[in-house]
Ligand binder design. Structure first.
Ligand code: FAD
Length: 388
């Protein structure tokens, strides 16, 4: 019976902790071991890019510490513990200390790791940060200190733009550097990206868009100097690298499970190519879709909890738009899955509605700025599902 079987969950982000919580909530009594490379504290990752405006300390962001999490879930929790290998034949995971743990079912909830497309010289490594979990937030928070700091943010995607807005609101001097000519190019058509750029610039965020970062070095004043491919130089105290995330697929891949660049390949039941190994959250690619945000993750948690309880359940994702946390210009986007035949753009200034249409004139995505964000519900209703 399920009470004797052993479940191992690798990862204690929203996916890992969320799944353990859902299982307990439905009365599952099996032995659960949660393994985390980080502190194992329960925190909301989306809040990391809102903390500086609200002057939140790292400990205020940790909703529960690791011991409370383990106790509430009646689970074994191994923190600061890396899983280094999966042995699918023996059904065990190998930890960095050499210990091997047996599982009946295994869940990979290992998330995605920051990816830096250039190398950071040793001489400036101590000044360069990524903020993708609470431990990293703690280090970045300490480096910023209590006084206004010059921060160069490299990358103008979701994470870069949210931190630009948030650090600016927290009183820091922000320079946003990215090769694209407008921010959030994966989510917004050019005029809406330009509206965000204008809002940032008017607020006093310095923009350095349209050029690649070429070198990172320390200048004569011991400041960080960021040189772009057009020769422009920007000085900063520290840099935040927000140049993208890559699903952590290495464990799965070296165990021979099917993976792609977009994540561990799973079916609608979140099953990998090994029948008793599942994956969900930022690391999983469900029938070609790796959404990397909370709503699909939560739908996956629900479906997998049912499946593990012996009630095989397929997940589906609705037309769930992304809400970008840039209070300087509210933004909502539901990017089209395929290149649209056209973007139809209405409105003026910072109040814009953009509708992506296919060649038959059907709405396949949208993006909204300013007060137009209130059209989110109406447009989501007619948009195709992310994974129907
Ligand atoms: P993670 O939280 O990354 O957890 C991965 C876990 O796996 C960690 O515990 C890690 O230690 C562990 N791990 C990895 N490898 C190993 C190993 N080998 N051994 C042991 N443990 C391992 N989404 C939204 O919907 N709305 C938002 O507003 C939003 N804002 C965001 C803001 C920021 C700054 C960021 C970075 C993301 C944001 N997202 C947002 C995305 C959302 O937070 C993520 O989709 C979600 O948190 C992913 O959770 P996860 O559990 O899959 O991965």
């Amino acid at each position: 019976s399920s009470s004797r079987s052993a479940l191992i969950i690798i990862g204690t982000g929203m996916a890992g902790i969320g799944l353990a919580r859902a299982l307990r909530r439905q009365g599952d009594t099996r032995a659960i071991t949660l393994i985390s490379a980080d502190s194992g504290d329960d925190y909301s990752k989306p809040l990391l890019s809102t903390g500086f405006a609200k002057r939140l300390t790292p400990s205020q962001l940790a909703q529960h510490d690791a011991r409370d999490v383990a106790e509430a879930l009646n689970a074994e929790l191994l923190t600061h513990t890396q899983v280094v290998q999966l042995h699918v034949d023996k059904q065990c995971v190998e930890l960095s200390n050499g210990q091997q743990l047996h599982y009946d079912d295994l869940v990979l909830a290992t998330g995605a790791a920051p990816r830096t497309p250039f190398s950071v010289p040793e001489s400036v490594a101590k000044r360069c940060f990524t903020v993708n979990d609470l431990d990293e937030y703690r280090r970045f928070y300490a480096a910023l200190g209590p006084t206004p700091t010059r921060v160069a943010i490299v990358g103008a995607g979701l994470v870069g733009c949210e931190f630009a807005n948030d650090l600016h609101a927290g009183g820091h001097y922000v320079t946003l550097i990215a090769p694209e000519s407008t921010p959030l190019q994966r989510l917004l058509p050019e005029p809406l990206g330009q509206a965000l750029a204008n809002a940032f610039q008017e607020a006093g965020i310095q923009l350095a868009l349209g050029h690649n970062l070429q070198t990172l070095a320390l200048d004569a004043d011991n400041a960080l100097s960021l040189c772009l491919d057009n020769g422009d130089r920007y000085a900063a105290d520290i840099a935040l690298l927000a140049t993208g995330l890559a699903p952590r697929t290495q464990l799965a891949e070296s165990a021979g499970l099917a993976v792609t660049q977009r994540g561990i390949v799973v079916d609608r039941q979140l099953r990998t190519s090994q029948p008793n190994i599942f994956a969900l959250g930022d690391v999983a690619c469900v029938e070609g879709v790796n959404a990397m945000y909370v709503q699909p993750l939560q739908a996956s948690v629900k479906a997998l909890a049912s499946t593990l309880a012996g009630n095989p359940t397929s997940v589906s994702f609705g037309a769930w738009p992304v809400i970008v946390k840039t209070p300087l210009l509210p933004l909502v986007a539901y990017p089209p899955a395929t290149t649209p035949a056209q973007w139809r753009i209405e409105g003026e200034g910072s109040e814009l509605t953009a509708i992506a249409e296919n060649k038959d004139g059907r709405l396949i995505g949208f993006a909204l700025t300013g007060s137009c964000v209130r059209r989110k519900v109406e447009l989501s209703r007619v948009a195709p599902a992310l994974l129907g």
